[in-house]
Structure formats: structure tokens, C-alpha cells
Design a protein around this ligand. Structure first.
Ligand code: AMP
Length: 114
């Protein structure tokens, strides 16, 4: 898998506004927020996309899904709700080829997405 900007953030080589870190994942504010709160939650393991998830990643993905609502609560989103988005591939709008979960909230989001 090619090196991405997120690998550099994981290694601390470029700065990010980190809101959560543990041994398996990292969460930081998106540099170009699409909502009042826009955080990216990423596995530290370099997985290219949803399409590259394998059976051995099941525990890691479970951990991320348990962690996302904790981060949402920490950021004050629990009461009004939020959205978790994962773009995959070209048609899905994925730009960075390191699996990431967009956590969006702080305003009423429209549906369906474009
Ligand atoms: P996607 O289009 O789903 O691949 O989303 C990639 C996201 O990464 C976009 O929302 C970008 O704004 C965000 N992004 C790119 N570079 C950085 C960075 N250095 N720090 C924080 N977020 C970034």
C-alpha cells in the first residue's frame, strides 16, 4: 500500500489536532471540515479502504466502532446525533487511500448525500 498523509500523521511527522489515540486507532480533526464537528477516525494499521478489509481485521473494526460513539460523546454530539461516513474508491469519493471514518455533526445534515 502506498504511503499516505495519514501514515505521516500516525508517526507524528505532520501535525494534526488529535482528539483520541489508543494502540489501535487515531482520531483527529479534518483539515477541511464539512460540518461544525468533522473528525477522522483511522486504524493505525494501514488498510487501503473498506474494500481491503479482511477477516483478520474484524477485531480492529469492532474496536473502531466501539470507539466512535465515545469520541462523539467526548465532542458533545451524543444528544443530537451525528453521521459516520466511509468513502470507498473513486465513485465513493475516497481521496486518501488509508481507511478512515468521517465523524460529522454539530448541524442537521442533509440526506441523501450527493
Ligand atoms: P476522503 O475523501 O473520504 O478520502 O476523505 C479524506 C479527508 O482527509 C478529507 O476530508 C480531507 O479534508 C482530509 N485530510 C486530508 N489531509 C488531511 C490532513 N493533513 N489533516 C487532516 N485531514 C486531512
Amino acid at each position: 500500500m502506498a504511503e499516505t498523509v495519514f501514515s505521516k500523521i500516525i508517526r507524528g511527522e505532520i501535525p494534526a489536532k488529535i482528539v483520541h489515540e489508543d494502540d489501535q486507532c487515531l482520531a483527529f480533526h479534518d483539515i477541511a471540515p464539512k460540518a461544525p464537528v468533522h473528525v477522522l477516525v483511522i486504524p493505525k494499521k494501514p488498510i487501503e479502504s473498506v474494500d481491503a478489509i479482511s477477516e483478520e481485521d474484524a477485531g480492529l473494526l469492532g474496536h473502531i466502532w466501539v470507539t466512535i460513539p465515545r469520541i462523539a460523546a467526548q465532542l458533545g454530539l451524543a444528544e443530537n446525533g451525528y453521521r459516520v461516513v466511509v468513502n470507498c474508491g473513486r465513485d465513493g469519493g475516497q481521496e486518501v487511500e488509508h481507511l478512515h471514518f468521517h465523524l460529522l455533526g454539530g448541524r442537521r445534515l442533509t440526506w441523501p448525500p450527493g
